[in-house]
Design a protein around this ligand. Structure first.
Ligand SMILES: O=P(O)(O)O[C@H]1[C@H](O)[C@@H](O)[C@H](OP(=O)(O)O)[C@@H](O)[C@H]1O
Ligand SMILES: [Mg+2]
Ligand SMILES: [Mg+2]
Ligand SMILES: [Mg+2]
Length: 338
């Protein structure tokens, strides 16, 4: 009897592209706030896109396109974005999604790239869901997608710099986010389980990693490895670092912060964009950290906002954010306007 039932389910799913399981899940979803459903959907979607990123590298043909000076795009960026946008727009057709890569919305998406499952570990937070986000509607939300952050590093084999970023902004504020590391644990050798997904929401906290404090008596600063200039290095030096860690990936740098590897992320440059910072900022804020521009102003994430973070990025977690703001030279602040 079970085999017959499975065949019916299979045929139903093939004919309708929808599964009774998904439909039953939707009926179970009545009492679940929209924001929690989007977050619960974003984690499996990020995991799925991480698998596509690994597949492209394994196949060996990256299909690199130069978008501009020092700005690459690979088949992995394109595939991950198609997967993420197709999946989230199927589940949430009325929510604005802004992704880094220009992909053709009408191109055919492989059915197995469309991920509509929901992470049960996240749904269980319906019981302690923050009151302030309960009534959030589709039109309040913008999902900022960086399908592959650290593309340059991905092409150079610095795979621990690579993350998938899905940020969820509510009325212009970074509120929830997912940072997936497709190559987490990749140095553990063959057979190691690859990948890790960290997620968080302001008012709920952050999950999927072990929080650590940075070493006392030091002031370790992380910044760019590939987009440096005099303003960037002067600003880092002005913050009196005991050590400077130059790595790729905006998501990767914020992970270094929340895992206690560094004290601050100082980037006095207009290089990164809203899709680089939305998810990391939401997770950082969820645990009491701060991410602002170098003037100390909060970044805005509504759908009309300019994509470039023209006034740079300063992110801290367990130290005094204002101390770093006061150290940034006025010349840098004059050079970088919001
Ligand atoms: O998603 P990509 O294009 O890899 O994102 C870039 C950022 O836009 C860029 O600012 C970062 O530059 P730095 O390494 O100089 O911080 C780059 O690493 C990627 O995050
Ligand atoms: Mg890019
Ligand atoms: Mg990026
Ligand atoms: Mg990117």
């Amino acid at each position: 009897m079970l085999a017959f039932h499975s065949v019916v389910l299979y045929l139903y799913e093939k004919m309708t592209g929808d599964s009774p399981v998904a439909k039953r899940r939707r009926s179970d979803m009545e009492g679940v706030p929209l924001l929690l459903k989007i977050l619960a959907s974003s984690v499996p979607v990020a995991d799925k896109s991480g698998g596509l990123i690994r597949d492209v590298l394994e196949k060996g043909d990256l299909g690199v396109v130069k978008k501009g000076w020092n700005d690459l795009q690979t088949e992995a960026d394109r595939a991950a974005q198609r997967c993420i946008v197709a999946s989230l727009s199927k589940s949430f057709p009325n929510v604005t999604i802004i992704g880094e890569e220009e992909t053709d919305p009408n191109e055919d998406i492989k059915p197995d790239w469309v991920e509509t499952s929901l992470d049960e570990n996240i749904l269980k937070h319906v019981s302690n869901f923050p009151e302030e986000w309960k009534d959030v509607k589709d039109e309040d939300i913008v999902i900022w997608v960086d399908p592959l952050d650290g593309t340059a590093e991905y092409t150079q084999g610095l795979l621990d710099h690579v993350t998938v970023l899905i940020g969820i902004a509510v009325k212009g504020k970074a509120v929830a986010g997912v940072i997936h590391q497709p190559y987490y644990n990749y140095k553990a050798g063959p057979g190691a389980t690859l990948g890790r997904t960290i997620w968080g929401m302001v008012g709920l906290g952050a999950f999927g990693y072990t929080q650590k404090q940075p070493p006392k008596g030091k002031n370790i600063i992380t910044t760019t490895r590939s987009h440096s200039n005099k303003v960037v290095t002067d600003s880092v030096d002005a913050c009196e670092p005991t050590e400077v860690i130059r790595v790729g990936g905006a998501g990767h740098k914020v992970l270094l912060l929340i895992e206690g590897e560094v004290h601050a992320y100082v980037f006095a440059s207009p290089g990164c964009k809203k899709w680089d910072t939305c998810a990391p900022e939401a997770i950082l804020t969820a645990i009491g950290g701060k991410l602002t521009d170098i003037h100390g102003s909060k970044l805005q994430y509504h759908k009309e906002v300019q994509h470039k973070n023209t006034a740079g990025v300063l992110a801290t977690f367990s130290v005094d954010h204002q101390w770093y703001l006061d150290k940034i030279p006025q010349s840098a602040k004059d050079a970088l306007k919001p």
